[in-house]
Design a protein around this ligand. Structure first.
Ligand code: FNR
Length: 360
């Protein structure tokens, strides 16, 4: 029962019980050997905290500001596909939980509820995540609908020119029923008896020619700020600055795209150094503890996004489950800040952590 759950990781087992194997594996899995999937979590565990004592921590301020929006804690909801496979209320439940927690939800382009429905269901600050398909008119249409229905930013996911090879989905012959209903994206129904219909669908629709110069085109379609998600190197962080990204999300797509990419936490500091405070840097991948959030902030992230734990909460307990996941992370972060001597998120500094780099 959710009441007995004491940390976010425990929701995973509940989700496993609640979901058909095919869907659980879709959510939980990563690409190929799942090397990066493990690393995303393990590399957080290698970072050591260096607390300061005798600091007045009777009041802890968790709130932070992202692109002008104040949220209750630096923990946001990552864009993840197809929430209706986890729970009948799908993204509507997730969005209500985001509103209740006063955080930002990034709605996936591959959501199972449409942008207007989600907008109408809650007053959370929402960003819209975009994939660009060969049919560019689909992107333009969705960006404009998102803008019209009050989304505050576009998050362009840049790491998916093709879908990563997720072997669990191939083995399970994953068939996603909602694919037919996705936002006018299906001109033809793609079902492959060789494996996942998602893979076939994505590879048919995704535009692998999308490149840096297309950001100017994307900017011309909207007044919303554009964040770029999927940056792992200094080189790309600099390019993102050059094309006028309003923010960067250090992400390896929850280890679902290219295996053997670095754990996101291990490249965060380099990216932050390249960006140099010009725009916010966010991070996702493997955040499972309040201490993880603290570590990411110490290494320069302005906030983190959480992917799978939100889905696991949703699968186990619907909206209440998502709220509980977000609340647990927030409570853990608050305790971490108190015990580390950081009364506010601004007090969390590089000197509060020791990484492998410091040991060299
Ligand atoms: C994702 N992610 C993702 N990203 C994106 O930009 N658009 C999407 O539609 C999806 N869909 C998606 C589905 C599932 C099931 C997962 C697990 C992930 C990636 C997501 O935004 C984020 O980068 C990772 O989930 C972060 O890692 P953790 O928190 O899951 O470890």
């Amino acid at each position: 029962m959710a009441d007995e759950i004491v940390n976010v990781n425990e929701f995973q087992a509940l989700a496993r019980q609640a979901l058909p194997k095919m869907y659980y594996d879709f959510y939980a899995g990563g690409a190929e050997d799942e090397h990066t999937l493990k690393k995303n979590v393990q590399e957080f565990q290698r970072i050591i905290l260096l607390p300061r004592v005798l600091v007045d921590v009777s009041n802890i301020a968790l709130s932070t500001n992202i692109l002008g929006y104040t949220i209750s804690a630096p923990i946001m909801i990552a864009p993840t596909a197809l929430h209706k496979l986890a729970h009948p209320e799908g993204e509507l439940a997730t969005a209500r939980a985001a509103a209740a927690c006063n955080t930002i939800m990034i709605l996936s382009f591959s959501a199972s509820c449409n942008v207007e429905e989600v907008a109408a269901s809650c007053d959370a600050v929402r960003f819209f995540q975009l994939y660009v398909y060969k049919r560019r008119d689909i992107a333009v249409n969705l960006v404009q609908r998102a803008e019209k229905s009050g989304y505050k930013a576009i998050v362009l996911t840049a790491d998916t020119p093709r879908l990563g090879r997720r072997e669990a989905d191939i083995k399970n012959k994953l068939i996603v029923p909602q694919l037919k209903n996705l936002e006018g994206l299906m001109s033809t129904e793609v079902v492959s008896d060789k494996g996942s219909n998602l893979e076939a669908y994505a590879n048919e629709t995704m535009d692998p020619s999308l490149c840096w110069r297309d950001i100017a085109w994307l900017k011309s379609t909207t007044n919303l700020p554009i964040l770029i998600k999927g940056i792992l190197t200094q080189e790309d962080a600099i390019k993102a600055m050059e094309v006028g990204a309003a923010g960067i999300i250090v992400s390896n797509h929850g280890a679902r795209q290219l295996d053997y990419t670095p754990a996101t936490i291990s490249v965060l500091e380099e990216v932050v150094q390249a960006v140099g405070r010009r725009v916010p840097v966010l991070l996702d991948g493997g955040v499972r503890r309040g201490t993880d959030v603290f570590k990411a902030l110490a290494l320069g992230a302005q906030a983190v996004l959480v992917g799978r734990p939100v889905i696991y909460g949703l699968a186990a307990k619907g909206e209440a489950g998502v709220r509980k996941v977000m609340q647990m992370l927030k409570d853990e972060l608050e305790l971490t800040m108190a015990l580390a001597g950081c009364p506010s998120v601004e007090d969390i500094s590089r000197s509060h952590v020791r990484t492998d780099r410091d040991r060299l």
